[in-house]
Design a protein around this ligand. Structure first.
Ligand SMILES: [Zn+2]
Length: 69
């Protein structure tokens, strides 16, 4: 188990004007779907995020921060 360290920090730039694109079906994603994961695969409980078009899994999250308002 090795920890990779990059020399330079990654800059996070907020771009509300850009729409993410699914890496699988190349569809623009104005929204992304997620559902609660009851997982027992060692991934742990949390949320699974997936493309609403091809349902390819984007990633997993252990917490969900609700949108303000
Ligand atoms: Zn997709």
């Amino acid at each position: 188990m090795s920890t990779q360290t990059t020399g330079r920090p990654c800059a996070a730039v907020r771009r509300e004007d850009l729409v993410p694109v699914c890496p699988n079906c190349d569809t623009e994603l104005p929204e992304i779907h997620f559902r609660k994961q009851e997982g027992s695969f060692g991934i742990g409980r949390g949320f699974v995020f997936f493309c609403p078009h091809c349902r390819k899994v984007m990633g997993f999250g252990t917490q969900w921060y609700p949108f303000p308002g």
